[in-house]
Design a protein around this ligand. Structure first.
Ligand code: DGT
Ligand code: CA
Ligand code: CA
Length: 580
């Protein structure tokens, strides 16, 4: 019998769709297209990036994408086109009529599409070389909004070596690649178990590469290299393969027999430091531990499951998130491992936006989505007025929103809608809204969105001053970092943590996969200081609510139990805790 194998199609990831839309927006901007159209593509890209499931999978299930926030019929059609064909005709046409170097120019720091448009139209600049010549000849400074200082800066930028490309992927992006790879691996004949191990399984905020582990026959390695996303095979032996995907992501695959799967899983989940500590412990008991099993002399005493491996060295199973050699082995030994918080422990979300500021969904849509998740409460926390680009609310608009929320709660929406605000902390540490208004809120989250360049002492004083205000409950994204984009502002976090404790304030683990702020280490420091953590989605659309699980991952890496988390409380208890 001949098996007919359907040709494998390239998997389209949300990152591919978003990249097409961002590129389209960029080229349209260079062309001077309608700003609303440009913004629509950027919003759609952001929505797709926020989806917790591939758009291609939604389409395959017959769901209508035009119901997603910010995505109308036209954009839904374009997403479907990308998912179906891997291409976008509108983008290809635009690329064909734009000089190829202009998009690259738009990425020179300080330039952007609008300036590139001017350079192209007025000076005929078509390439980086053209621009360098024009700047060197002093022809750039005379353009409106450019000036001599900008021209000098441009010259420096053009001479600087290209920035180091960030090669670590955010966990949310890695997850999409891992899920598609696991689907592929599980479709191969003879595959027993298949797991994405390594830093991915430990839920680190970023991953360097993916480490896939499967049990089954060695032939699986051949099926793996046929994966349509494989761009290059770096190494291939009978049971181990290393490839690079078209996206640039490196994937290591190991194929092991079922009796070694648990030992291999421990080994390839790591971390390396945890493995070394475990091996030392095994040696102390006269055992040898490696990726094939636990051995006493030549005899294998464990290896099929992870639990069996840990048991062989006298320990209970340690959750992958804890395997960083940060005291987990001693805690396991003493039977004092934390019972880690889980997504199901969360009773609500204390940080979400609506269209009133920079969200993409309406108040009613956000509330319904939170209800559908089974939450008991959702806080609506739009930005305050100082956040101008986020269309922040002034006192009058917030006040109107509070009335709207009262009316909504009266109508019995099946969930408690909490009145809240993400109020800006001004440079001085003062808040952006009057106390009289803050007093009307159920929960106040305060955050920094400007003046990142203060000294550590000034920034620390600013945050402490904000928490001095008795209306403030939660400090949002305490360091302000954006993973892969900018490091946090300079701040003495130990003082902020102690300050929060002294004032009865809470700290946020912002769950957006680009923030994850506090990070795992500082979340743990907060726990040890006795400060409760709010794990919050910071959702800017209905689909963004699902990001909360990335915050749960980091909280687990920070050893947090349900009791250490503010929003595991039922409303009556939460209400008591919010009475500062
Ligand atoms: P990454 O990829 O940089 O995000 O971090 P990992 O932890 O995934 O590291 P990776 O991919 O180099 O290796 C995967 C796991 O394999 C690692 O967590 C532990 C194990 N491993 C790798 N090299 C060694 C080693 O030299 N000794 C031991 N004991 N384990 C290792
Ligand atoms: Ca890895
Ligand atoms: Ca690896």
């Amino acid at each position: 019998m001949t098996l007919v194998v359907a040709p494998r199609e390239r998997v389209i990831h949300n990152a591919d769709v978003a990249e097409s839309f961002y590129r389209l927006a960029e080229l349209l901007e260079i062309e001077g297209a309608n700003p609303f159209r440009i913004r629509a593509y950027r919003r759609a890209a952001a929505t797709i990036e926020d989806l917790s499931e591939p758009a291609a999978a939604l389409l395959a299930r017959g769901e209508t994408l035009s119901e997603l926030p910010g995505i109308g019929e036209d954009l839904a059609g374009k997403i479907a086109e990308i998912c179906r064909t891997g291409r976008l005709k509108a983008l290809e046409e635009l690329e064909a009529r734009t000089p190829s170097d202009l998009a690259r120019l738009a990425r020179v720091p300080g330039l952007g599409p609008k300036r590139v448009k001017v350079l192209h139209e007025v000076l005929g600049v078509n390439s980086v070389e053209d621009l360098a010549n024009a700047a060197a000849a002093g022809r750039v400074r005379g353009l409106p909004h450019f000036g001599p200082a900008f021209e000098q800066r441009l010259l420096r930028e053009l001479q600087a070596p290209p920035p180091e490309t960030e090669t670590r992927l955010r966990i949310s992006v890695a997850e999409e690649y891992a899920a598609a790879l696991l689907d592929h691996l599980r479709s191969l004949p003879g595959v027993g178990e298949a797991v994405a191990a390594g830093s991915f399984r430990r839920r680190r905020e970023t991953v360097g590469d993916l480490d896939m582990l499967v049990s089954g026959p060695a032939s699986i390695a051949d099926g793996f290299v046929d994966y349509p996303e494989v761009a290059k095979v770096l190494a291939k032996g009978p049971t181990r393969v290393t490839v690079v995907l078209k996206s640039g992501l490196q994937v290591d695959l190991r194929v092991v027999p079922a009796e070694s799967f648990g030992a291999a899983l421990v080994y390839f989940t790591g971390s390396k430091a945890h493995n070394i500590a475990l091996r030392r412990r095994a040696q102390g008991k006269g055992l040898k531990i490696n990726e094939y099993g636990v051995f006493r002399g030549e005899k294998r005493v464990a290896g099929r499951t992870e639990a069996e491996v840990y048991r062989a060295v006298g320990l209970p199973l340690i959750a992958p998130e804890l395997r960083e050699d940060r005291g987990e082995i001693a805690a396991a030994e003493a039977e004092r491992l934390p019972v880690l918080v889980q997504r199901a422990d969360l009773r609500g979300d204390l940080h979400a936006h609506t269209r009133a500021s920079d969200g993409k969904s309406t108040l009613a849509e956000m509330v319904e989505a939170a209800r559908a998740l089974g939450y008991e409460y959702l806080a609506i926390s739009d930005h305050s007025k100082h956040a101008v680009i986020a269309h922040g609310l002034d006192a009058a608009r917030l006040s109107a929103q509070l009335d709207e929320i009262d009316a909504l709660n009266d109508a019995g929406p099946g969930i408690r809608v909490l009145k809240s605000c993400e109020v800006d902390i001004l440079k001085t540490g003062k808040l952006d809204l009057p106390d009289s208004l803050l007093a009307r809120l159920d929960v106040v989250t305060a955050g920094v969105h400007s003046d990142f360049a203060l000294s550590a002492a000034d920034q620390t004083a600013r945050l402490l001053k904000a928490m001095d205000n008795p209306h403030v409950h939660i400090l949002a994204h305490p360091t302000g970092r954006l993973i892969g984009e900018r490091s946090g502002y300079r701040v003495e976090l130990e003082k902020v943590i102690a300050g929060a404790r002294d004032r009865g304030c809470f700290l946020e683990v912002n769950a957006h996969p680009s923030r994850l702020d506090l990070d795992d280490v500082h979340a743990r420091a907060a726990k040890e200081a006795g400060v409760l953590i709010a794990i919050s989605s910071d959702a800017h659309s209905t689909v963004g609510l699902a990001n909360i699980r990335f915050g749960v991952d980091q909280a687990r890496r920070g050893w947090l139990e349900a009791n250490d988390v503010l929003n595991t409380r039922r409303w009556p208890e939460l209400k008591t805790l919010l009475d500062r």
